[in-house]
Design a protein around this ligand. Structure first.
Ligand SMILES: C[S@@+](CC[C@H](N)C(=O)[O-])C[C@H]1O[C@@H](n2cnc3c(N)ncnc32)[C@H](O)[C@@H]1O
Length: 326
C-alpha cells in the first residue's frame, strides 16, 4: 500500500535540511525556528482551519477582491497566460484567477509551488474540479519553484506570478525586497506579478487574528514542536509551552512565539542538539509584517516592476497589487 504523499515520510534530504536549520536557528539569540516549517500535513490542515476563523480575515478579504476585480486584474496581462502560484495553500485563489481566464484561453497552464505536500495535494484536487487547466505541482521552496517554473514556461506565453495571502509578510523587509528582485529577474518583459499584502490595522484586531479564542493558531504554532519531535526525534513537552502573539509596533510585524513555562531541557537527536530553556524564554516562530498601501508600490518599483493597479479591501484592510515587468 502506498501512503498519500502528505502522510509519507519526508525525503531524507528534506529531513537533513530541516535538522540543519533547526540546529542553527535554535542556537541563535533570541532562539528561532523558520515559519516555512510550520506546514507539515497537520500544519497545513490547521492553516486551512485558521482561514475559516472569524478573526483571521485575510483569506476572505483577498477572495472578495479576486472575485470582484479578478477580470480587471487579468485584463492587464496580455497574451496566452501561464499562472505560477508561490505558496499555493488550498489553491482556491488560483482557481478564481483561472476562472477569469477561462473565456480567453484553454487550457491554462498552472505551476503550483509549495513546500508542503499536503497543500499541493489539496490544491491539485481543487484545481482538478476545473476542466480547462493543466497543472504541474512543485514541492519546493519559493525560490527553487520559481526557477523551475520560469525554466519550464510554455513558449510564447506570458507568466503571471501570484504571491498571495500576505506570504510576503513572513519575510523581513530586506529579504522581501530581494525576493521581489528575484521574481523580476525570473520574468520577461510583459510578464506580471500579483502581490497580496495585509495592511496595518488596529493592534487588537491583529492580535485576535494570530491568537484566536479557539486556540487553533496556538495549535498551529505548537505543532512545529510536535513536528520536530516526530521528524527529528526530539522530546519537547508541548504542555510546557504557551503560544504568544505580539504586535511589534516599531517593526510593524506580528510575531508568534512559543514561550517556555518552566526551566526545561530538550534533546533533538537528529539535530545533534541539547537545549536548556529558562522559564519565560521564547522561541520565535513567525513574523507577519503589515504594510501601508504606498509602501507596497515602492517595494515593487524598487525591484524593477511598474505598478499596474492596486485594489484594497476596506473592511479587513488588505491590498492586491498588480506589477508589470517592463
Ligand atoms: C500563509 S499560507 C497561504 C496559502 C495561500 N497562498 C493563501 O493565500 O491562502 C502559506 C503557504 O505557503 C507555503 N510556504 C510557506 N513558506 C514557504 C516557502 N519558503 N517555500 C514554499 N512554500 C512555502 C506553506 O506551505 C503554505 O501552503
Amino acid at each position: 500500500m502506498t501512503l498519500p504523499s502528505r502522510l509519507a515520510a519526508p525525503p531524507e534530504e528534506a529531513v537533513r535540511a530541516f535538522a540543519e536549520d533547526v540546529r542553527r536557528d535554535l542556537r541563535l539569540s533570541p532562539r528561532q525556528l523558520q515559519s516555512k516549517y510550520l506546514y507539515d500535513a497537520l500544519g497545513s490542515a490547521l492553516f486551512e482551519a485558521i482561514c475559516l476563523l472569524p478573526w483571521y480575515r485575510i483569506t476572505r478579504a483577498e477572495g472578495r477582491l479576486l472575485t470582484r476585480w479578478g477580470r480587471e486584474m487579468v485584463a492587464g496581462v496580455r497574451g496566452p497566460v501561464a499562472l505560477v502560484e508561490l505558496g499555493c495553500g488550498s489553491g482556491e485563489k488560483v482557481s478564481l484567477i483561472a476562472g477569469q481566464l477561462r473565456e480567453r484561453q484553454r487550457p491554462i497552464p498552472i505551476h503550483l509551488i509549495d513546500i508542503s505536500p499536503a497543500a499541493l495535494e489539496l490544491s491539485e484536487k481543487n484545481l482538478g474540479k476545473i476542466e480547462h487547466v493543466s497543472v504541474v505541482g512543485h514541492r519546493a521552496t519559493y525560490e527553487e519553484g520559481l526557477r523551475r517554473a520560469a525554466r519550464e514556461r510554455p513558449e510564447g506565453s506570458t507568466l503571471l506570478v501570484l504571491f498571495l495571502g500576505s506570504n510576503v509578510g513572513n519575510f523581513d523587509p530586506p529579504y522581501s525586497q530581494m525576493f521581489l528582485e528575484e521574481i523580476r529577474a525570473a520574468l520577461r518583459p510583459g510578464d506580471a506579478l500579483l502581490l497580496g499584502a495585509d495592511l496595518v490595522k488596529p493592534e487588537a484586531e491583529l492580535l485576535l487574528a494570530y491568537d484566536d479564542p479557539l486556540g487553533v493558531t496556538a495549535a498551529f504554532n505548537k505543532n512545529l514542536l510536535q513536528r520536530i519531535n516526530t521528524e527529528l526525534f526530539a522530546d519537547f513537552d508541548l504542555s510546557a509551552f504557551d503560544h504568544r502573539a505580539v504586535w511589534n509596533a516599531r517593526e510593524r510585524r506580528v510575531e508568534m512565539h512559543l514561550v517556555s513555562r518552566r526551566r526545561q531541557d530538550v534533546t533533538i537527536a537528529r539535530a545533534d542538539l541539547a537545549l536548556s530553556l529558562e522559564a519565560g524564554e521564547s522561541i520565535w516562530t513567525e513574523s507577519s509584517y503589515k504594510y501601508e498601501s504606498a509602501e507596497i508600490l515602492r517595494l515593487g518599483a524598487g525591484a524593477g516592476f511598474r505598478p499596474a493597479g492596486q485594489w484594497i479591501e476596506p473592511d479587513a484592510r488588505f491590498a492586491l497589487t498588480l506589477f508589470a515587468a517592463p
